[in-house]
Design a protein around this ligand. Structure first.
Ligand SMILES: *Cc1c(COP(=O)(O)O)cnc(C)c1O
Length: 436
C-alpha cells in the first residue's frame, strides 16, 4: 500500500470542518474539554458582527472581551497597520526606538490622567499588571525600604500570570498555585455602609504589614460580574494609600478607552493613581499589546548611577511597531465626533432599556457605567454551571454572543453597534426574562 504524503493528508484535513480539526491539537483557555469539547469556528468578522462557520451571524455583544470597540476589521485601523507593516515590523526596544512608539507615548499622555508621565510596554493585561506590581515593589526597594505585601479588593481580577493571579481575589480555580502567591491582603469593595470599616481595616493592614501597593479595578470589576462601586468611596481608600506611600495601581485593562463614558475610569476619581495598566481596547482587537503608565516620581526612583536600580523587565515584542500603529489608530478613532456620539447614544439607549426591564420579576438588580450595562437574574446559578450554558445558548440561537457571568447578563458592545443590532440584543434579553 502506498503511503499517503503529508500533503494529501493535509488536503483531507482541509475538507473536514474547522470544528472537527480544532479538536485534534487545540487546548482552549477556561475550558474543561471533557464537558465542552466543541468550539464554534468563526470565519469572518465585521463591525459588530461575527460570521460563524455554521453560516449564521452573531452580534458581538461583548466586543470580543472588550477589545474590538471600534468594530471588527475596522478599515481605518487596517489602513494604518498596513502602512506600518510595510515600513517597520519589529525592532528591539532596548537601545532602539521608533516613531510609532514615540507618537503613541505622546498620544497616551494626552488622554491619561494628568499625573501620568511615562509609559512602559508589555503585551497583555496580565503582564501590564505584573509590570505595575514589580514597579511598585522595586520603587520601595530602590528607596532602601523592603515592602513585601500588596492590598487588593476581594473578587478583583487582574490576570493569570503569578503576580496578577495573586492579586486576583476570584481564586476559585487558583487552588494548585496558591502556595506560590505573593502576600496579598484583601479589603471588600466599598459602599456607603462599609466604607467606615474598610478605612479602619486598611489602616490596620498598613500598620501591621509592609505594604508596597494597592491594586484595584476602578469603579467596575469586569470579571466579578461587572460589580460597580462609587468613586467617592474609592477616593477615600486612595487617600489613605497616598498618606502611607502605598503605591496605587489602577487596573484599567477593562475600563480604559471610553467604556465608562470617559477615557479612563480614573477620570471620575479625584485622587489619581501612581500607576495605570491598560490593554484590551488599547489595540482595538487587532494585536496584543499592553501599557503600564506611571508618574514622574515612580520613574525617578529607578534613575541611578548603578545599573542595578534600573527596571529589568522586558518582553521581546515590547512596543512592537505594528501594535503601536493599531493603538495609535484606535486612539485617533476614540476621539472622533463619530465614536464619542456613539458612546453617548449607547449610554442613553441602555438607560431606556433599563427602565423597561428593571422591575421585571426575574430581574434582581441592574447597573450601568458608561456603555457597560449589567443585570442580575433573580435565580441561583453556578458561574460555569449548566444553567449558564442554557442562557448562553439562548442568545446564540438568536444570533447574539453574550457571555453570562453566573446569573449576570452584561452588554459591552462595540461603540459602532447599530441601533438595530442593539435592539436585537435587548429583545433577546427580554425574551430570556419571559422564559428563564
Ligand atoms: C482581561 C483583564 C486582565 C487580563 O488581561 P489579559 O490580556 O487577559 O492578560 C486584567 N485585568 C482586567 C481588569 C481585565 O479585564
Amino acid at each position: 500500500m502506498e503511503r499517503e504524503s503529508k500533503y494529501t493528508i493535509r488536503d483531507k484535513e482541509q475538507k473536514r470542518s474547522l470544528q472537527e480539526r480544532d479538536k485534534k491539537h487545540l487546548w482552549h483557555p477556561l475550558t474543561q474539554h471533557k464537558i465542552h469539547p466543541e468550539a464554534l469556528p468563526v470565519v469572518k468578522a465585521k463591525g459588530a458582527l461575527l460570521y460563524g462557520e455554521d453560516g449564521k451571524t452573531y452580534i458581538d455583544g461583548i466586543a470580543s472581551w472588550y477589545t474590538a470597540m471600534y468594530g471588527h476589521c475596522n478599515a481605518f485601523i487596517i489602513d494604518k497597520v498596513g502602512k506600518q507593516m510595510k515600513q517597520l515590523d519589529q525592532i528591539v526596544f532596548a537601545g532602539f526606538t521608533h516613531e510609532a512608539a514615540i507618537t503613541l507615548s505622546e498620544e497616551l499622555i494626552k488622554i491619561l490622567p494628568c499625573n501620568q508621565e511615562k509609559v512602559f510596554f508589555s503585551d497583555n493585561g496580565s503582564t501590564a499588571n505584573e509590570v505595575g506590581i514589580k514597579m511598585a515593589l522595586q520603587y520601595h526597594f530602590n528607596k532602601g525600604e523592603k515592602r513585601n505585601a500588596i492590598i487588593a479588593f476581594e473578587d478583583g481580577f487582574h490576570g493569570d500570570t503569578f503576580g496578577a493571579m495573586s492579586a486576583s481575589g476570584l481564586s476559585v480555580y487558583n487552588g494548585p498555585f496558591e502556595d506560590f502567591f505573593i502576600d496579598v491582603k484583601r479589603i471588600p469593595t466599598p459602599n456607603s455602609e462599609n466604607i467606615g470599616s474598610i478605612i479602619n481595616q486598611l489602616q490596620t493592614i498598613i500598620q501591621k504589614n509592609k505594604v508596597a501597593a494597592f491594586i484595584y479595578e476602578p469603579l467596575v470589576q469586569g470579571a466579578n460580574a461587572m460589580h460597580m462601586f462609587e468613586a467617592e468611596y474609592l477616593n477615600q481608600i486612595l487617600e489613605i494609600c497616598k498618606e502611607n506611600k502605598v503605591i496605587t495601581i489602577a487596573d484599567e485593562v477593562m475600563t480604559g478607552f471610553g467604556k465608562t463614558g470617559s477615557n479612563f475610569a480614573s477620570d471620575y476619581i479625584n485622587t489619581k493613581p501612581d500607576i495605570i495598566s491598560m490593554s484590551k481596547a488599547l489595540t482595538a482587537g487587532f494585536v496584543p499589546m499592553a501599557v503600564t503608565s506611571c508618574t514622574q516620581d515612580i520613574y525617578e526612583a529607578f534613575l541611578d548611577d548603578s545599573v542595578g536600580k534600573a527596571f529589568f523587565h522586558a518582553h521581546t515584542y515590547s512596543a512592537n511597531p505594528i501594535a503601536c500603529s493599531a493603538a495609535l489608530a484606535a486612539i485617533e478613532l476614540l476621539q472622533t465626533e463619530e465614536i464619542q456620539s456613539s458612546i453617548e447614544r449607547i449610554i442613553a439607549s441602555h438607560k431606556v432599556f433599563n427602565d423597561q426591564i428593571k422591575d421585571h420579576p426575574r430581574v434582581k438588580t441592574t447597573r450601568q457605567k458608561g456603555v457597560i450595562y449589567a443585570l442580575d437574574l433573580d435565580i441561583e446559578m453556578d458561574r460555569y454551571g449548566k444553567k449558564r450554558y442554557e442562557i448562553f445558548n439562548h442568545f446564540m440561537e438568536k444570533g447574539i454572543f453574550l457571555r453570562p457571568l453566573g446569573n449576570t447578563i452584561y452588554i459591552l458592545a462595540p461603540y459602532v453597534i447599530t441601533k438595530k443590532e442593539l435592539d436585537k440584543v435587548y429583545n433577546a434579553i427580554k425574551e430570556l426574562l419571559e422564559t428563564v
